[in-house]
Design a protein around this ligand. Structure first.
Ligand SMILES: [Fe+2]
Length: 184
């Protein structure tokens, strides 16, 4: 079961998702859907509606976790399970860290999130330099971010190899205005 776009928007609204996280989520959706189309053309059976909704909802628990602490990916996973959408939950739960290098909807959303800084599409390098700037407070956190960067680069290479994705072309999505493009 996959929720409708209307239900998804209502949930984002009802959970009090702040505007900047809504903008971020829409940008992640745009990247994710574009990557999913590329995979689809290469013959992978990627569920576009699943990618679309999971991308929109990946940070559904982010604002709450910033205030109260906790793992927002795991919290999002549980929330979606409680609401009756475990397939969305599975993807939300893996948007920070993937459970495998299998080419699937979870990989698409995970990668897309790492290509979006706030609401702009950027390279992995730029995104992680920003993370180091903001969160690399000591050697330990720096090492953790570096490990994350290596993992994200590996995912990017998998996507490039299997679908011919050109990572730098995704930056062109910054020229798309509004949220209408590639809808549905
Ligand atoms: Fe997140």
């Amino acid at each position: 079961m996959i929720p409708s776009r209307e239900w998804t928007s209502e949930l984002m609204h009802n959970r009090g998702m702040p505007p900047h996280i809504i903008r971020h989520s829409h940008a992640v959706r745009l990247v994710a859907v574009t990557v999913a189309v590329t995979l689809g053309k290469a013959g992978y059976g990627i569920d576009m509606r699943l990618v679309d909704r999971a991308a929109l909802l990946h940070d559904i628990c982010k604002a709450g976790s910033l205030i109260n602490g906790g793992d927002h990916a795991l919290m999002g996973r549980r929330l979606m399970e409680e609401l009756g959408y475990p397939r969305i939950g599975e993807i939300v739960g893996q948007h920070v860290r993937l459970e495998s290098l299998e080419v699937n909807e979870a990989m698409v959303v995970n990668y897309a999130d790492k290509r979006v800084m706030h609401d702009r599409v950027v390279s992995l390098q730029k995104r992680f330099l920003d993370l180091m700037d903001r969160y690399g407070k000591n050697e330990q956190s720096m090492q953790r971010i570096l490990k994350h960067y290596e993992d994200a680069s590996e995912v990017e290479q998998v996507l490039v190899r299997c679908s011919g994705l050109e990572p730098e072309r995704l930056n062109h999505l910054n020229l798309v205005t509004g949220d209408h493009a590639l809808d549905g």
